[in-house]
Design a binder for this molecule. Structure first.
Ligand SMILES: N[C@@H](CCC(=O)N[C@@H](CS)C(=O)NCC(=O)O)C(=O)O
Length: 212
């Protein structure tokens, strides 16, 4: 099967990149340059009219939305055990859905506050509202993680997804220092060889699309 991941550095397409790497999948990556508006090009809009990454193209057929893409990866590479089994599988889908629809939407206002309110001068207020919900979410994650190494009894995709959310919050300079379990989890995920590979790839991709 021909697998192509449409990916943009820093963005949430990091999650399927790491999941595919953990699975040992053979996949190709197409870097989407947001700065050049490649996600708005007619070709890209054919793949994903929602103009977002990630898109996973499977033998020419695009699949969008992280929650679907990540479940496809977990099922296709079942041997990698990227989702827990039994009732925990549904708790894992619940966690991924929370990352996608509960946490991710509070991250975007940090870069695009005008998408949420176009009143001049409202940017800081929009960000402050988002920060309040981010803190609420990280408090929930802190309690879920507690002394645990991972969200479930072994490393699974929700660990990657939450890692990406927490990384974005750190990049936005939200003060996350009090979330000890989240920070310890972040450090553990950072040390995975799949994440090291992603970070090296991201650095390369960033320099390939740097203006000038
Ligand atoms: N619901 C989508 C959200 C994807 C998403 O928001 N991706 C962002 C990057 S993190 C994007 O491509 N933004 C470009 C845009 O909105 O134009 C998913 O979970 O896959």
């Amino acid at each position: 099967m021909q697998i192509t991941l449409h990916y943009s550095p820093i963005a949430c397409s990091l999650v399927p990149y790491v999941a595919l790497t953990e699975a040992g999948a053979d996949f190709e990556v197409k870097v989407v340059n947001f700065l050049k508006g490649e996600h708005m090009s007619p070709d890209y809009l054919q793949l994903n009219p929602k103009h977002k990454v990630p898109v996973l193209v499977l033998d020419g057929e695009p699949l969008t939305e992280n929650v679907a893409i990540l479940q496809w990866i977990a099922r296709q590479y079942a041997g990698a055990q990227l989702l827990p089994r039994g009732k925990d599988e549904f708790r894992a889908i619940s966690l991924m859905s929370w990352c996608a629809s509960g946490i991710h939407p509070t991250l975007t206002p940090n870069v695009l506050p005008q998408r949420y309110c176009d009143m001049p001068g409202s940017e800081d207020a929009v960000k402050a509202c988002a920060h309040k919900i981010m803190h609420e979410n990280f408090t929930i994650a802190e309690n879920l993680l507690g002394d645990r190494e991972w969200f479930f009894d072994h490393f699974t995709i929700p660990d990657i997804y939450f890692y990406w959310c927490f990384r974005r919050a750190k990049q936005f300079k939200l003060d996350v220092s009090s979330y000890k379990s989240c920070n310890a989890h972040f450090d553990r995920v950072s040390q995975r060889s799949s994440v090291e590979k992603l970070l090296a790839f991201e650095t390369e991709a960033l320099s390939s699309i740097a203006p000038g």
